[in-house]
Design a protein around this ligand. Structure first.
Ligand code: KIV
Ligand code: ZN
Length: 523
């Protein structure tokens, strides 16, 4: 609901571009389309869908997202080069509302990479922004590493970009170096002093290297920025970006001191957070604001007494506001399909009849094994049901013998490209034996970089979420799975990561790794 007394702040989500740039956070084509649909559905104003020149895969994902977008503006990233901008336009032009985002590193360190003088770079900015504007009415320009760029030069290049037709000027804190007061002062000064500064939208794009990204973004908004660039779960290179859920909820909860509206349906936050964690392979830390497992943990434990007397004692927002139906009863094995559908609706998850059928079957299986099925379990089931059934590697069955008195043994049956294969392997524990069996069925050189187990809920019958990160020939892929059986979840997560490596390898083709074109090599 929009409050007419508040100013509107535009939410620009870059999970699919800056977020996907984090090493290991590869998403498949279908996963990108799914996340884009969820972002569009939750009310994100602008979706930065990818970097079209980077690879065929990025190009086709951006084009397809552009074709399917309903309400959001669809934006693509382009370096300050004409072929980049043309390629970007080719991808975003299918959208009802396309945007080209072009950028160049303007700080002394970044100017040194293409070895351009200040004047040469200024000319390049004029040329590339004008070119973009001739193709598209909606052009965003970013001086990368703006917060380490000399003030005079920054003001000069912003003016050039505005004169060349940019409609949004984004001020990136590329290395997460600024602090709230400085972030606010910079935006205030740019708006006031750059000629034409009041005719464009100013955006803030903050990285989280010092843990100040959200504070810096909000300070910029208070100083006049009207577009916040962010990602779901704060996904992004190094320490990540400003988290969408943090800025949106901060503006919602503290509207008294920051009277700004976003168009976000906050009830969709938890579901999209879970989906991004799953498809990117980046699990959300337990104590992460808003979306962490413990963010509403005051509902149990030592605060319970106060909570029962008055929820506001320890709550500044309700779990329901972010899509966790905290107060409703958990489902059990006698719950029917209607109860499941109602619960999904409470959790902000819209599913079609076929998907509901599939989730219901999984729910019944789980309810047979587990006394109470909590919201987190349901969200994990939705994730499992959305996983790609067309994977080349599929586990058919797994039996593991383990305990004292000898090595563990795994007996595995798998389908590899439709062919059934089996292997029996011993190992140092059940997970080691299982992973060896998977490698016996599908020999590969992938190195295990990360193996992580978390419990979705409490209790010995809780589902375990397992993340596995693999690396092969410089390509990284992460897989995730949840199951009440930790070994089964581990096997599925491992196979999931292998499937993603296969997709990446197919997509990249010979010598065409998507990461070959990085936003840092601006030449
Ligand atoms: O952090 C950064 O500078 C970026 C730019 C490409 C906008 O992501
Ligand atoms: Zn960035």
């Amino acid at each position: 609901m929009t409050d007419s007394t508040k100013d509107r702040v535009v939410i620009f989500d870059t999970t699919l571009r800056d977020g996907e740039q984090s090493p290991g956070a590869t998403m498949t084509h279908d996963e990108k389309l799914e996340i884009a649909e969820l972002l569009d559905d939750m009310g994100v104003d602008i979706i930065e869908a990818g970097f079209p020149i980077a690879s065929e895969g990025d190009f086709s994902a951006v084009s397809e997202i552009a074709k399917r977008s309903k309400n959001s503006v669809i934006c693509g990233l382009a370096r300050a080069q004409l072929p980049d901008i043309d390629r970007c336009w080719e991808a975003v032009k299918h959208a009802a509302q396309p945007r080209i985002h072009t950028f160049i590193g303007t700080s002394p360190l970044h100017r040194a990479i293409p070895n351009l003088t200040q004047d040469e770079m200024a000319d390049r900015i004029h040329e590339t922004v004008s070119h973009a504007r001739n193709l598209c009415d909606n052009v965003q320009w970013s001086p990368m590493d703006a917060t380490r760029t000399e003030w005079d030069y920054l003001a000069r290049v912003c003016e050039i970009a505005i004169k060349a037709g940019a409609t949004t000027i984004n001020i990136p804190d590329t290395v997460g170096y600024t602090a709230p007061r400085e972030s606010a002062d910079l935006i205030r000064r740019l708006i006031a002093e750059v000629p034409g500064g009041t005719d464009v939208v100013w955006a803030t794009h903050c990285h989280n290297d010092l843990g100040m990204a959200t504070a810096n973004s909000l300070a910029a908004v208070e100083a006049g920025a009207r577009q916040i660039e962010c990602t779901i779960n704060g996904l992004g290179e190094r320490a990540g970006n400003t988290a969408l859920e943090e800025v949106v909820m901060a503006l919602k909860v503290r509207g008294d001191i920051m009277p700004f509206d976003t168009g976000i349906d906050t009830r969709k936050i938890m579901h999209i957070s879970r989906r991004v964690a799953t498809v990117s392979g980046f699990a959300v830390q337990f104590n992460k604001a808003i979306v962490g497992k413990n963010a509403f943990a005051h509902e149990s434990g030592i605060h319970q007494d106060g909570m029962l007397k008055n929820a506001e004692t320890f709550e500044i927002m309700r779990p329901e506001d972010v899509g966790l139906a905290g107060t409703s009863l958990p489902l059990g094995k006698h719950s029917g399909r209607a109860a499941l559908r109602a619960k999904l609706r409470d959790l902000g998850v819209d599913v079609g009849d076929n998907q509901l059928k599939d989730i219901f079957v999984r729910f019944k299986e789980l309810a047979d094994r587990k006394k109470e099925v909590f919201d987190e379990d349901i969200l994990a089931l939705v994730t499992a049901a959305t996983e790609d059934a067309a994977d080349r590697l599929q586990i058919v069955s797994l039996r593991v013998i383990c305990g004292t008195g000898g090595p563990a043994e795994a007996v595995l049956e798998m389908e590899v490209d439709g062919k059934e294969l089996t292997a029996t392997c011993e190992g140092d524990g059940p997970v080691d034996a299982t992973f060896k069996a998977i490698r016996a069925v599908h020999p590969n050189m992938a190195k295990l970089q990360l193996y992580q187990v978390n419990a979705v809920t409490e209790g010995t019958d809780a589902q375990a979420t397992v993340s596995v990160r693999l690396e092969e020939d410089g390509m990284i892929a992460t897989g995730q799975s949840a199951n009440t059986d930790t070994v089964v979840a581990s096997a599925k997560a491992y196979v999931n990561a292998l499937n993603r490596l296969l997709v990446r390898r197919d997509k990249a083709g010979p010598g065409a790794d998507a990461r070959e074109v990085s936003y840092k090599d601006v030449s």
